[in-house]
Design a protein around this ligand. Structure first.
Ligand SMILES: N[C@@H](CCC(=O)N[C@@H](CS)C(=O)NCC(=O)O)C(=O)O
Length: 217
């Protein structure tokens, strides 16, 4: 059955891989599943056809036969549960890997998104500069604890899993901020994720997609 995901018609980051379709592409590459990508414009994202797939009018979505999913956590978990390669077989290890997916999305990503919002949406406010250290410190609190837990391990809990895929995807959002550099083991962890052949294929695919020429004629 064909898998189709949606992505920004043109990602605002121009192909830096920060739009969330990249994590879904990465998961599909890890498990060796081919997929198609349907571009969605910002206008179309809020129209009934797309809202039927994604109630909040966002990307990515995932369609496979009569199944339609939204939310990258749910999509990556679905992929990981149906194909070998992203979750361990041992039930406890599997539950811990899923726990790291939740930790990435609900504990680490929120303060990181605050930084994105502070830069993109609030940068011109008179209080923006004053607030920035607070926003960055909330991220440092999470990074410090994550760094302590990771220690000198390669991955968060044994072999690479969907938990690492999600955590690395979230941490990549602050790569350009310099905050990650304060935690050398986290920088190395993210670099290990980026070095995976499946990540490289996913990154290249989203870059080609976001830099493709518009159709002529
Ligand atoms: N929690 C959602 C977040 C989805 C999300 O924020 N998508 C962004 C692109 S990365 C989007 O569609 N932004 C446009 C908008 O919200 O209008 C997930 O993980 O899938």
């Amino acid at each position: 059955m064909t898998i189709t995901i949606t992505a920004f018609e043109r990602s605002p980051d121009g192909g830096k891989g920060l739009a969330r379709d990249t994590r879904v592409r990465w998961a599909l590459e890890e498990v060796g599943q081919p997929y198609e990508v349907r571009p969605v414009s910002f206008g179309a994202m809020k129209q009934p056809a797309h809202l039927a797939l994604h109630p909040f009018g966002q990307i990515p979505t995932y369609e496979e036969g009569d199944l339609a999913l939204f939310e990258t956590g749910s999509i990556v978990l679905h992929i990981a549960e149906h194909h070998a390669g992203l979750l361990p077989d041992d039930p406890n290890a599997r539950a811990r890997a899923i726990t790291w997916m939740f930790a990435a999305l609900s504990t680490v990503e929120p303060p990181i998104l605050e930084l994105t919002n502070a830069n993109l949406l609030e940068g011109d406010k008179p209080w923006a500069a004053q607030r920035m250290p607070l926003v960055e410190d909330r991220i440092r609190d999470r990074l410090g604890r994550l760094s302590a837990r990771l220690g000198d391990a390669d991955w968060l809990d044994g072999a690479f899993s969907a938990g690492d895929l999600m955590m690395v995807s979230v941490l990549l959002r602050i790569k350009s901020s310099g905050l990650l550099d304060e935690y050398p083991n986290l920088s190395a962890y993210v670099a290990r994720g980026e070095a995976r052949p499946a990540y490289k294929r996913a990154f290249a695919a989203q870059l080609a997609f976001n830099t493709r020429k518009p159709p002529t004629g």
